[in-house]
Design a protein around this ligand. Structure first.
Ligand code: M6R
Length: 609
């Protein structure tokens, strides 16, 4: 939700800011803007445009028009005030002296705005962010950091801020609370960014800011401060992501590239963790996985769907009761958590605000927090007791693919590890499962190599207005993800149902030609799945089935069309099964001419409640 970038150095700032924003556009794309200190006029020059970054970039000729070596930039996902030039960031104080870019929400902005208006301060936007810019100017008496400090004592909410002041063009100020922000150290230059992909071209040396910290950036370096404004020393971290991992590399869309990268991502995620027939997870303290009486999984969106699969696996393998909850609900349900509760937090970005709030609630109640995260050094990773990184590499498309499959593989591996430790699994079952993990990437490659079949099915069905996904147990959890993938990028209305629930209401929606995607990969429930296919067929539905190779023929006798995945151990069925559904969603969206990597109204990283 909104991307921030800032640069101070010796090169022309605007092209660097625009290039950085192009990597952050996945975080929000309804408007963009930059503010730089113009060396000619010795004032701030602010340029903003509603719409995609490209509109702004073309208007500024890629930044070549702006003569400056310091500035901040922003790409927006609107919260307060509709997308418009006026509501775009940077937001500027009334004299034009202070420019602010912001990711997050200032919760008490209305009362602060009322106060400032009483003092005669004129406002020009509907944003919460303008209050920050105006308030800084209100307190400013020649020391920018001090003015920012006074503002921080008055604002409530979540914020990552980049601040530029016309009176002090040799510095930028950065602040972070509950919204991500990193600082980059280059040669004779420093950076602010919402995530590392924005500055990878220039540096791999970063500081991860903690909540409540401030920083003053100059060309020579960075000084950080704690919430009491005392100077602090921070450790420089080295980022190991490759720059081309965050580029399209010849593919038309990031989503397709990321779908194709899945076998490799899985190898990266799994190979180091399976050694000599044993599962070797990160160095957890010996007691961390002992004496667990209950497991809570919390996550949002696709990560929540991973948690749904995880519940089935963990309960079946370990016999520990598991509850999977939405991050956005968890803290409002008075959850039952104590020191014997393992709380598994799942997040690609590691920044989802609702998931983070759930984590903090679980910590407050004394739970042991283990997170499964993709982005190294992200907030959720840093606030957890232990972290399992998925190592999927940067995921740019809004619709998650490789993060989902690596999360799923890792959670399944954890279930196996726990079961082994608790003695709830025979040796032979354990080893058979481990063999399946090792075969997983190759089997996924087989599905990807037959992607033309899925493209053909998409061409048959892309005109439907409403599509149902049905399945039981693992296939139900898989259906939730298949349905989400389809609706978020193709805008086709779609619902996922536990097959057995259909006849309790939803089956009344099935009529001649309704498309039902029937999932029946779970061998144990195949016969039941077949009955549900017959049920919807006899009410006129067209059925596109997904099953395993071994069941293809049987299913083909009833369904209108059949997609298959190679046979594999139950534990890994959803991991393979999701790939045809990702491809189906992708090709359908492509045929409908949708903006696949940046679907409307969405953003990759959801840092507001
Ligand atoms: O970064 P997170 O995994 O915490 O994000 C959670 C959801 O916002 C995310 O999975 C979302 O549902 C995906 N865009 C779906 O493709």
């Amino acid at each position: 939700m909104c991307g921030i970038v800032g640069y101070i150095g010796r090169e022309q700032a605007a092209p660097i800011l625009l290039e950085g924003l192009s990597r952050l556009e996945y975080r929000g794309y309804d408007s963009a803007g930059v503010a730089v200190f113009d060396s000619q006029t010795e004032a701030l020059a602010v340029h903003k445009a509603k719409g995609r970054l490209q509109v702004l970039s073309e208007r500024l000729h890629g930044g070549a028009d702006l003569d400056s070596t310091v500035g901040v930039g922003h790409t927006r996902w609107a919260t307060h005030g509709a997308p418009s030039d006026a509501n775009s960031h940077p937001q500027v104080s009334h004299s034009g002296k202070i420019a602010v870019v912001h990711n997050g929400i200032i919760e008490n902005y209305a009362e602060l705005k009322a106060f400032l208006m009483e003092q005669g301060v004129p406002f020009t936007s509907e944003t919460d962010t303008e209050v920050v810019a105006q308030l800084i100017e209100y307190f400013y008496q020649g020391d920018l950091l001090q003015a920012v400090g006074r503002v921080l004592r008055r604002i409530q909410g979540a914020y990552a801020l980049g601040i530029l002041c016309a009176d002090c063009p040799d510095q930028l100020v950065a602040v972070r609370k509950d919204s991500p922000l990193i600082l980059g150290l280059g040669e004779d230059c420093t950076f602010i960014a919402s995530d590392v992909t924005a500055i990878l071209r220039h540096t791999r040396r970063v500081y991860y800011m903690e909540d409540g910290e401030l920083a003053v950036l100059t060309r020579e370096g960075i000084q950080c401060f704690n919430h009491l404004m005392q100077p602090i020393e921070k450790e420089v971290a080295a980022v190991d992501w490759e720059i081309d991992a965050a580029e399209k590399g010849g593919y038309e869309h990031f989503m397709f590239k990321e779908i194709m990268e899945q076998p490799e991502a899985l190898r990266r995620c799994l190979s180091p963790r399976i050694r000599d027939g044993e599962i070797v997870l990160e160095d957890f303290p010996p007691d961390f996985l002992r004496d667990i009486s209950r497991i809570c999984i919390v996550a949002c969106g696709s990560s929540y769907h991973v948690g749904m699969v995880g519940k089935y696996h963990l309960e079946r393998l370990t016999r520990i009761p598991v509850e999977t909850s939405l991050g956005s609900e968890f803290r409002y349900m008075d959850p039952i958590v104590d020191q014997h509760t393992l709380v598994i937090v799942i997040s690609q970005s590691g920044e989802t605000l609702d998931t983070m709030a759930a984590l903090r609630e679980a910590r407050r109640l004394g739970g042991r927090i283990l997170s499964i995260v993709n982005v190294v050094g992200s907030s959720i990773a840093r606030e957890s007791d232990q972290v399992l990184y998925t190592w999927a590499g940067p995921e740019i498309a809004v619709a998650t693919t490789k993060a989902y499959t690596t999360q799923l593989a890792l959670l399944s591996l954890l279930a196996l590890k726990l079961a082994r430790a608790r003695g709830t699994l025979s040796d032979s079952e354990y080893h058979a499962s481990l063999d399946a993990f090792q075969a997983l990437p190759d089997k996924m490659e087989q599905i990807l190599s037959r992607r033309d079949d899925i493209q053909y099915f998409a061409s048959q069905y892309f005109n439907h207005n409403s599509i149902f996904f049905i399945g039981r147990n693992l296939d139900y959890a898989l259906g939730l993800e298949g349905s989400l993938k389809l609706k978020e990028i193709s805008y086709i209305h779609s619902e996922a149902y536990a097959s057995g629930e259909l006849k309790h209401g939803t089956i009344s929606l099935i009529e001649d030609g309704t498309l039902v995607v029937a999932l029946s990969t779970y061998e144990k429930l195949f016969a039941k799945a077949m009955s549900n296919v017959v049920e919807v067929k006899s009410r006129g539905a067209s059925v596109l089935a997904l099953t395993t190779e071994r069941r293809r023929e049987e299913m083909a006798r009833i369904a209108d069309a059949v997609m298959t995945i190679p046979d594999i151990h139950d534990l890994l069925l959803p991991c393979l099964g999701v790939v045809p559904l990702q491809l189906f969603a992708y090709y359908v969206a492509l045929m409908r001419g949708c903006d696949i990597d940046k679907p409307r109204n969405l953003a990759k990283s959801v840092t507001v409640e």
